[in-house]
Ligand binder design. Structure first.
Ligand code: BES
Ligand code: ZN
Ligand code: MN
Length: 498
């Protein structure tokens, strides 16, 4: 898809569809009124009828009239004051999805000046473009090609009233690259566990590394054992699909970013989480093929970063395992030794994400990471607390959390900080080891992060995407399935060191 930004009049742009955001307020923005006149007053007639009153994601297609487009698509976006970063992303995505199965290869989207109260033209262009790309993702097609799909665009043109065309063009490209990166993460996360084993995930990461010029290291069980990764190995041992510890790096050894930091993006890569011996109930267990989403996200983010900031030193660490019951599985009551030397009593083999992440943190710090952020589908509790629209997070350093949250805000991703409560650490004491991996149910969300914090010594933030990583039903702006959440936040965060 080629992106283009036009600073000027939308009716000069040839397109199959010209999409127009429709707000609740009257009078309509000037450019929308002008399009209304060029469609013989169709837009305002629709409003009189009760259609196209600006309700978010309500829409109507009408003939293009005296515009350069064959069709005009009105797409509700709510109030002008509510047009923020998240709405901009969803506007692009909702337009793209509304055109599912339509013969469209040239899409134009006008962003009226009046909508640029909260965000700038550059931000709107980037985020709407990212949204169009993300809207094109259709997980149902992975194993069933040929089904109804959002259009594969050849040209996307964003039209704004004013601004620097060169800078706006770069913003559109940034949005396209960000969106394609998120889609790469989603596609990988969505693939089934009989398709993507830890070894296949490592192969995918290796191919991506070669394609984009990243350094890649994949450690197998013997190398992990030599490094003392007892927690990582304890999770993987129940499966006949052997674990892989995946590392992608950019930059020379010892190099740091413009702030003297080396950021490690750590992602949970549980290719299937049956729960292990502490087996899960059958209900919705099929969703656990997406328990590798964190790993897929950090792997994709590295390729995105390589395109946006080729010289930026950064690393991704993705421990990949399958959590299965079997004769070799770790049992409840087993005592294991982490790479950092701490001993852990495994009281619940279904609390496996924290085990593989803990050793990944130790590895990242020993290999130069000065700042860490992890993304993980870690707890059902975060989904119960916050649902599918906001990611819960924790951090050991408030300034570091604030940086992560600011990056999220700039990309329109919702994050909500939860507290690390030191008193709860005592409830994770073990008689036989330094800590249990799963304490009592009270405060279990906080305790998941308390456990992880035992394995970091540097500024660290944790994003629990168990609620936000996939949608259980389709929304106007996204299909059912993997959402790509947090990819843009991680990339934006890393770019602050460019
Ligand atoms: N992968 C799950 C968390 C999860 C649940 C992700 C639902 C997406 C949807 C994780 O490994 C897990 O099993 N967590 C347990 C922790 C408990 C045993 C302390 C949970 O949330 O029940
Ligand atoms: Zn899990
Ligand atoms: Mn689990």
């Amino acid at each position: 898809m080629q992106t283009r930004v036009v600073v000027g009049e939308p009716w000069d742009v040839p397109a199959d569809v010209l999409a127009v955001p429709i707000v609740r307020e009257e009078p309509l923005p000037d450019v929308v009124s002008a399009i209304d006149r060029r469609t013989g007053g169709a837009l305002s007639a629709y409003r009189t009828l009760g259609e196209l009153r600006g309700k978010p994601w309500s829409s109507a297609l009408l003939p293009g009239g005296e515009t350069g487009a064959a069709w005009v698509l009105g797409m509700g976006v709510g109030d002008v004051a509510g047009f923020d970063r998240l709405t901009a992303v969803r506007l692009g995505a909702a337009i793209e999805r509304r055109l599912t199965d339509r013969a469209v290869s040239r899409l134009a989207i006008v962003i009226p000046d009046e909508l640029l109260a909260v965000i700038s033209a550059d931000e709107a262009v980037e985020l709407v473009t990212r949204g169009v790309v993300e809207g094109s993702a259709e997980p149902a097609l992975i194993y069933r090609p040929g089904q109804a799909a959002p259009p594969e665009l050849e040209h996307l043109t964003i039209i704004v009233g004013a601004g620097d065309a060169a800078s706006l063009g770069r913003s559109a490209e940034r949005g396209r690259i960000m969106g394609e990166g998120a889609n790469r993460a989603r596609r990988l996360a969505q693939r089934a566990a009989n398709d993507v084993s830890p070894e296949v995930l490592a192969d995918e990461a290796t191919d991506l590394a070669h394609e984009h010029g990243l350094q890649v290291d994949v450690l197998g069980p013997e190398q992990a054992a030599a490094l003392g990764m007892g927690m990582f190995l304890a999770v993987g041992r129940g499966s006949s699909n052997a674990p892989r510890f995946i590392v992608l790096r950019n930059g020379a050894p010892g190099a740091t970013d413009s702030r003297g930091r080396l950021l490690a993006l750590v992602g949970k890569g549980v290719c299937f989480d049956s729960g292990g011996i502490s087996i899960k109930p059958a209900d919705r267990m099929e969703e656990m093929k997406m328990d590798k989403t964190g790993a897929c996200t950090v792997i994709a983010a590295m390729a995105t970063l390589r395109q946006l900031a080729p010289d930026l030193p950064v690393m991704a660490v993705a421990p990949a395992v399958e959590n299965m019951p079997g004769p070799h599985s770790t049992r409840p009551g087993d005592v294991i030794r982490a790479m950092n030397g701490k001993t852990v009593e495994v009281t619940n083999t279904d609390a496996e994400g924290r085990l593989i992440l803990g050793d990944a943190f130790t590895w990242a710090e020993r290999n130069g990471a000065t700042h860490l952020v992890d993304v993980a589908t870690l707890t059902g509790a975060v989904a119960r607390a916050l649902g599918d629209q906001v990611t819960g997070g924790f951090a050991t350093s408030q300034p570091w959390w604030d940086e992560v949250a600011a990056a999220g805000a700039r990309q329109g991703e919702r994050l909500w900080q939860l507290p690390l409560i030191p008193e709860y650490r005592a409830e994770m004491d073990s008689t036989y080891a330094d800590i249990v991996n799963s304490g009592s149910a009270e405060g279990s969300l906080v305790k998941s992060a308390i456990f992880l914090a035992e394995f970091v010594t540097r500024p660290w933030a944790h994003l629990d995407i168990a609620g936000t990583a996939y949608y259980r039903k389709a929304h106007p702006w996204a299909a059912k399935g993997a959402t790509g959440v947090s990819h843009a936040t991680l990339v934006e965060l890393a770019l602050t060191g460019a």
